[in-house]
Design a protein around this ligand. Structure first.
Ligand code: DX5
Ligand code: ZN
Length: 239
């Protein structure tokens, strides 16, 4: 069952620490939270499911005390089931697994729930919205990949806007977030916000130009994305 407690569709900005200083995750997480982000997005890559390697549960555990809010763990790994417990123990609030990561998605989602975490499911760009139609009552979040996962700084794939709209219709009144991951900027955020997304992951667009020594740049970047998204929702409602 999904939990309705505290659920809302307000825009949430989730900086991806894939674009942070890897030697300084603790202070980077503290800086983005102090500058007004809502969630912290943590990209786990295995060099097998995606062509890049980042880090595992021990790093997540080490950064957990530096995050006051939601730690949103995006697992780009296959297989995923053997590692769910470790990421839950590391303090993940949300664990997101990919539809494409294994043959038994329903079992994976149940395992995330049993581990005590909020349940996310991610769709690669070529995966249709309907792939999650029969697990909608098991999930709290759908992550729409708007780039092919593996690297930060790629260009937003515009065809995904229609997928977001289709997912929003499929969700109906269920308390399920739509998260966008990849190429989110103040220019692309309005497109997905108007289509029904509420969690916006942004790596390069948040971290570029700033550092823990100049965190106010992070704040400006976060505000620019949020304001563009909120304005698009207002315009959509007024239309
Ligand atoms: C891509 C990751 C994303 C990525 C987003 O594989 O899942 O979270 O870091 O980075 P930007 O915002 O730079 O596209
Ligand atoms: Zn991600």
């Amino acid at each position: 069952m999904t939990s309705k407690q505290g659920f809302n569709r307000d825009i949430k900005i989730a900086p991806s620490i894939l674009s942070a200083d890897f030697a300084n995750f603790g202070l980077e997480c503290e800086a983005i939270e102090a500058q007004g982000c809502d969630w912290v997005h943590v990209d786990v890559m295995d060099g097998h499911f995606v062509p890049n390697i980042t880090f595992g549960p021990q790093t997540c555990k080490a950064i957990r005390p530096h995050i006051k809010g939601v730690m949103d763990v995006h697992l780009m790994i296959a297989p995923v089931d053997p590692y769910i417990e470790a990421f839950a123990e590391a303090g993940a609030d949300v664990i997101t697994a990919h539809v494409e990561a294994g043959p038994h998605l329903d079992r994976t989602l149940q395992a995330i729930r049993s581990a005590g975490c909020r349940v996310g499911v991610a769709l690669n760009p070529a995966t249709p919205a309907e792939a999650i139609e029969f697990v909608l009552d098991r999930i709290d979040l759908i992550c729409v990949m708007t780039v092919n996962p593996g690297f930060g700084g790629q260009s937003f794939i515009e065809a995904m806007v229609a997928k977001v709209a289709r997912l929003r219709a499929l969700i109906g009144d269920r308390p399920v977030h739509i998260e966008i991951d990849g190429g989110v900027t103040a220019k692309t955020a309005p497109l997905v916000a108007a289509a029904g997304a509420d969690v916006l992951v942004a790596g390069s667009a948040v971290f570029s130009g700033g550092s823990v020594a100049t965190p106010q740049v992070y704040g400006q970047n976060i505000r620019a994305i949020r304001e563009a998204a909120v304005a698009a929702i207002r315009a959509e409602k007024a239309a």
